[in-house]
Design a protein around this ligand. Sequence first.
Ligand code: ADP
Length: 397
Amino acid sequence: MNILVINCGSSSLKYQLINSDTEDVLAKGLCERIGIDGSLLTHKTSDGEKIKIENPMPNHTVAIKLVIDALTDANYGVIKSLEEINAVGHRVVHGGERFASSVIIDDEVMKAIEECNDLAPLHNPANLIGINACKEIMPNVPMVAVFDTAFHQTMPEKAYLYGLPYEYYEKYKVRRYGFHGTSHDYVSQRAAAMLNKKREDLKIIVCHLGNGASVSAVDHGKCVDTSMGLTPLEGLIMGTRSGDMDPAICEFICQKEGITPAEMNNILNKKSGVYGMSGISSDFRDVEDGAAKGQPRAVAAMDAFYYRAAKYVGSYVAAMNGVDVIAFTAGVGENSKEGRDEICKYLGYLGTEIDAEKNNVRGEERIVSKEGSKVTLMAIPTNEELAIARQTLELVK
Ligand code: ADP
């Protein structure tokens, strides 16, 4: 079966065509600048050929049409026709309290996703546009929604309630939801598989450290806590997001700078994190390089990033009353030996022992702790697209 995985943003659309029997990626790509001048589709085939297609994409329906054209192209295409796409899996950012797992998309599901728009105003409307565009072009192909929040729906009340008047939860559903759920789910499953154990028998902490970053506590197969909240702003210091801070800072800065809460929100999401702290870049490699050259603000930003991540790990050891595995994933977690090393320096009290040689790895699944380490440390590349394809297959087969 061929499954098209779609991750749709407001002006972008990422896709992968996956053969679910072999789990091979047949082709993948990215449409950029949808709805604005200079639209570009970059299509990559499985043998690494990269095709750039410059074509106006006034909307997502046109973008999807171009993707289908690329997939079925006589020269570099990987399927003969649209009929060879058997199902579509859509990444949907917010499923609110309604969705604790993936679902087949029907009219009622569309309505329920729309009802979550308030909770993710930048993401859910774009996800819906992507679904509608696919429905228009492939009306008879089954489609599945896979939610970023679903895996975290098992969090207990004590983990998801804020210390706010309860009426805000009742009236507006203001609570902690968590994100990157597909990644936390996939990586914790891989971690158990790497030990030849069942996830239900383990306490696992997953550190998803990319531009967006979050940590989760997976206790015997269920997520019991995660660092992101109502929105993906809470928790770790990220590429451009502040993570946790004293909420009173918002009013303080708004008054001092004469800016609105919406402007402040934008600063917290786009101008903060290691970017705002270092003044160098939102790209962790650049900030790491700056730190290595001894630039004081880059050093401070990276130190704060690692320290915050280690504190979250510590708090989740408390939440689960123990930990068997700490798994590192996403851009920094998968690739940066320094990153894993710096965070693990805080965790010696748990009996963790990182193995410098094994830890010298990039983008590969590997146990990076020493043989006798009390906690197993792992580097595990995440694969959200494959996880979406697997869940789609599960529901449509
Ligand atoms: P997102 O999906 O949130 O955009 P990714 O998981 O792709 O993020 O991670 C991107 C980040 O990972 C970038 O900031 C990049 O600098 C960082 N990264 C990639 N490779 C390395 C590396 N070897 N060392 C440090 N950081 C890295």
